[in-house]
Ligand binder design. Structure first.
Ligand code: TYM
Length: 330
């Protein structure tokens, strides 16, 4: 049996990278697999958050999931903090994770920066909580963007260490699913930096709630080189390559097909076509998100029901873990 789990942090705005790298793929998978999609608020508090904004952002991510096409009848949508077993399993897995493994995590190094001594323990232990998220449901497949690959390799290592320690096959080793043209969407201002919620420039990203005029302006101002044509050369023309990847992912084409379609076009004409395609695809998602955000009762109801269903799946698995470890059971 295949089980799919993935998570999105409720921080800042959902952007095109989250949509193409993750959420749109979640939607495809819900028809064929048993899927859980989680708003990971416990991960979000590894950096300081404003409480009211955190709650708002959790509802916004839920609205984004629904607007993109996730259906609560086909998958489980829930908030991480509402299924207490996530924190419980994370503690147990902390006891199977050598510091040497955590010291290799590049995201911690990037986020902690120079002030490593001031970085909080939660930020350091973040990848163990992520392993717990996945293993708590005996997940087999995890759709994510490229940036999460290292964390998922760690989750596999932790699962293996646990299984070996007790000589059992309790946790399946989760497979990352990192596929498609847009597994790493780059900033519109710098083709060598990832599109991210934390970039101070809003012009670096397309937010799912941006209206048509804003989308048009952002693509128009997107950095490009001085070559006139549409050619895919990520080394020499990283910004152009990024826009080609975005077009390919939005249109469901390969890069080569995109380049062939615009073989005789000026880059400016390609940018206009990309804008039209983005407005056409993202416009309805953004509008539906805004509609859902105005109905927080509906969104909260979905999260409540989702947490109950996720909890019911987690209970027997955590009981199995407790039995293996020798923890007291009620
Ligand atoms: P987060 O919230 O940063 O991002 C959510 C998802 O969006 C993908 N993504 C991108 N994909 C392509 N291009 C980009 N520029 C881009 N930016 C973000 C991410 O890869 C991710 O799939 N640690 C995770 C959340 C998490 C999780 C989990 C994921 C917690 N527990 C368990 C999977 C399984 C994170 O911070 O994602």
């Amino acid at each position: 049996m295949k089980r799919v789990f993935s998570g999105v942090q409720p921080t800042g705005n959902l952007h095109l990278g989250n949509y193409l790298g993750a959420i749109r793929r979640f939607v495809e998978l819900q028809n064929d697999f048993d899927c859980l999609y989680c708003i990971v608020d416990l991960h979000a508090i590894t950096v300081p958050q404003d409480p009211a904004e955190l709650l708002r952002a959790a509802r916004e991510v839920t609205a984004g999931f629904l607007a993109a096409g996730l259906k609560p009848e086909r998958c489980i949508i829930f908030n991480q903090s509402q299924v207490r077993e996530h924190g419980h399993l994370a503690w147990i897995l902390n006891c199977f994770t050598p510091l040497g493994w955590l010291n290799r995590m590049t995201q911690f190094k990037e986020k902690a920066g120079k002030s490593r001594e001031e970085a909080v323990l939660g930020l350091y232990a973040y990848p163990v909580l992520m392993a717990a998220d996945v293993l708590l449901y005996k997940t087999t497949h995890v759709p994510v963007g490229e940036d999460q690959k290292q964390h998922l390799e760690l989750a596999r290592d932790i699962a293996g260490a646990f299984n070996r320690r007790y000589g059992i096959d309790l946790f399946p080793l989760p497979e990352p699913m990192i596929t498609g043209a847009a597994t790493r969407v780059m900033s519109l201002r710098d083709g060598t930096a990832k599109m991210s919620k934390s970039d101070p420039s809003d012009y670096s990203r397309i937010n799912l709630t941006d209206g048509p005029d804003v989308i048009a302006k952002k693509f128009q101002k997107a950095r490009t080189d001085s070559e006139p044509g549409v050619g895919y050369d990520p080394e020499r023309r990283p910004e152009a390559a990024n826009l080609i990847n975005i077009y390919a992912a939005l249109a469901g084409l390969t890069r080569d097909e995109v380049c062939a379609r615009f073989a005789d076009a000026q880059f400016s004409a390609f940018k206009r076509a990309l804008t039209d395609l983005a407005v056409e695809t993202l416009g309805p998602v953004g509008n539906e998100m805004k509609r859902l955000m105005a109905d927080s009762g509906h969104v909260d109801g979905i999260l409540r029901a989702g947490a109950e269903r996720a909890s019911a799946l987690a209970q027997p698995i955590i009981a199995e873990v407790e039995r293996a470890v020798g923890l007291h059971q009620p």
